[in-house]
Write a protein that binds this ligand. Structure first.
Ligand code: AMP
Length: 116
């Protein structure tokens, strides 16, 4: 399922341009428009899923695809060795602003923990 007015569904459909760095059958990876690190890529499912909280048991394969994709992106972007963060915000209070599931892949600098 795709959503007509969802920003990331529109990127999947090619209606809004994105700097795509890698893609797979079930996912797409593109650069974040407001990067928070030297490498900041978003991995999204092609199918509309609102967040991790909306995943169903039958989405187990898709969930795995997204994590494997994050690792692939890190390798392609040259940050696999130096370390990176793969994070997904769930809900507005956690910082989610686009309600189409996405994994942020961040790296290329030292990452602080815990986040604010
Ligand atoms: P979140 O706040 O976790 O929902 O993350 C949404 C991310 O999407 C933010 O880091 C935004 O900078 C990013 N973003 C918003 N619009 C676009 C766009 N058109 N292309 C790429 N990244 C975007």
């Amino acid at each position: 399922m795709v959503s007509d007015d969802c920003l990331f569904c529109r990127i999947v459909r090619g209606e809004i341009p994105a700097d795509v760095v890698a893609e797979g059958e079930s996912w797409l990876a593109f650069r974040d428009i407001q990067p928070q690190a030297p490498v900041h890529v978003l991995v999204i499912p092609r199918r509309h899923v609102e967040s991790v909280d909306s995943l169903a048991p039958e989405d187990a394969d898709l969930s795995g695809d997204l994590l494997l994709a994050a690792a692939e992106v890190a390798r392609v972007e040259g940050i696999a060795e130096s370390g990176y963060r793969a994070v997904t915000n769930v809900g507005e209070r956690a910082g989610q602003s686009v309600f189409h599931l996405h994994v942020h892949v961040l790296g290329g600098r030292r990452m602080r923990w815990p986040p604010g």
